[in-house]
Structure formats: structure tokens, C-alpha cells
Design a protein around this ligand. Structure first.
Ligand SMILES: [Zn+2]
Length: 255
């Protein structure tokens, strides 16, 4: 299963996949001025989806999923042995995969308008479920290379501006390391090697005194959990209490 997930991980972020998406949209643009980011046959509204596809997105994000059991590289709680809780707004369905890929292309940045209410609801659900009143929300940062290429971080872009209850962002806390974690280390390696590679992904912005409130990490897609694992370990080593993670979608293991 993990090989499949690693392949999927590199596939959805591959330049080839993005070029195909761009070329395909180029063709359909001749017929429909503003094609829906999902079905591409209908005209899209402000959030870049047609009415039918927005309805489909709502349907697929109706039930918030506890996704920690599907990811084998999540950190385990030292006391309980349980993996870090991950709340996902949806499974990584073919539709969510297409939207996530499109969203990483600048021309589809307005999909954020469709994602923000979904993330709001998922964060609200996670906070209520975890039971503390205050949480510090820490988004997974984009690497320097992808920031230069896109000009934005898809994870922070899909977050709601206003937050439910006593949640607050700490978007600057995690930084990526400037030496970009080598893509080659993801090829043909097991979970161990990948875990080792991803531990070098992040650094803390500065020496923080860990605050009283626990952290909720935020990412777009959960595959193996290696990224959330690396972020959790770094934060824990600096004294932070990492309570959970919230993601837009989680990859299902193939049965
Ligand atoms: Zn559509």
C-alpha cells in the first residue's frame, strides 16, 4: 500500500500532470470561456465550479472522516500508542484529486472560495471533538521552490479568513528548510527512508516559548502521514503539544 501512496504522492505533484491539466484546459477554453474546474463542460461560477459540481463537492465533504488509521507514517502517542488524530473533510476521491491538482495551478486559485467553508466546518468539528477551548492552527508551509513557481501556498490559501471559536493561526511558525528535501529520496524507498527525508523538511521560525494552547496542524492531502509526522516531531521537540491535524482530503487505502 505504501508504494502506491508514494507513487500517488509524486504523481499528483508532478510537472507532467500539471502540464496535461493546463493543455487540456487550453483546448476546452475555446468552447467554454470559463469552464468548471471539475466537469469542464459547464460554465463555472465565482468559485470556479458549476452548480452541479459544487453540489457534488458538498456531498463528498458532508461527513468528516477520522483518517489517522489510513496513514502508516503518522506519529504515535507515547502514552496511548494511538496515531495523531487527523480530521479529513473528505476522502481523496477522483473528483477531489482533480480539484486538488487544479487548485495548485494559479489559474484555479479561486477554488479556495469553495474550500474555505469546508475547512471552516472541519476545523470547528475538530476543535469540538478534541475538547479544549483554544487551539493554535499551524499550516504546513510550502517549499521555497513551489512558492517561487506558484507565488502562493495552496494550504494557507484554502483556509477561512475568520475562524470558529477560540482558534488562532500561527502561520509563520513552521518554515521549510532552504535545502529542498531531495525529490530523489522519495523514489523507490520505504517508509523509513521517506520518514528520514521528511524530518529535514521543516525548521521553526524562531525560538518560541511554547504557548499553553495545543497545536492543530493543517495540510491539504493526507497520504502516508510522513509530512504531518515530521512537523509533529519538530514541534514536540521544541515543547509544543500537537493535538491533531486537519486536512481537506485523505487517501483511502486500496482494499
Ligand atoms: Zn462542473
Amino acid at each position: 500500500m505504501s508504494t502506491f501512496l508514494h507513487r500517488l504522492d509524486s504523481l499528483v505533484t508532478s510537472p507532467a500532470a500539471q502540464h496535461i491539466a493546463t493543455a487540456w484546459r487550453g483546448m476546452t477554453n475555446l468552447l467554454i470561456p470559463n469552464p468548471c474546474a471539475l466537469c469542464i463542460w459547464s460554465d463555472a461560477e465565482i468559485h470556479q465550479l458549476c452548480r452541479v459540481c459544487l453540489g457534488l463537492l458538498k456531498e463528498q465533504t458532508r461527513q468528516i472522516i477520522q483518517a489517522q488509521d489510513f496513514a502508516d507514517a503518522l506519529p504515535l502517542d507515547l502514552v496511548t500508542g494511538q496515531p495523531l488524530p487527523v480530521f479529513a473533510a473528505s476522502f481523496y476521491t477522483p473528483e477531489m484529486a482533480k480539484l486538488a491538482l487544479n487548485f495548485k495551478d494559479h489559474q484555479r486559485i479561486k477554488l479556495a472560495r469553495a474550500f474555505r467553508p469546508i475547512m471552516y466546518r472541519t476545523l470547528q468539528h475538530a476543535a469540538a471533538h478534541l475538547g479544549s477551548s483554544h487551539y493554535r492552527l499551524v499550516p504546513i508551509p510550502a517549499s521555497g521552490a513551489s512558492m517561487r513557481k506558484r507565488g502562493y501556498n495552496p494550504v494557507t490559501t484554502m483556509l477561512p479568513r475568520r475562524l470558529p471559536g477560540a482558534l488562532a493561526y500561527d502561520a509563520g511558525l513552521l518554515k521549510t528548510r532552504w535545502q529542498i528535501f531531495a525529490q530523489t529520496s522519495h523514489h523507490g524507498t520505504g517508509v523509513q527512508a521517506r520518514r528520514a527525508a521528511s524530518q529535514k523538511k521543516f525548521r521553526l521560525a524562531h525560538r518560541h516559548v511554547p504557548p499553553a494552547e495545543p497545536v492543530i496542524l493543517i495540510d491539504d492531502v493526507l497520504t502516508t502521514g510522513a509530512t504531518l509526522g515530521a512537523a509533529t516531531k519538530l514541534l514536540q521537540s521544541a515543547g509544543f503539544d500537537v493535538a491533531a491535524a486537519v486536512v481537506l482530503s485523505a487517501v483511502m487505502p486500496r482494499s
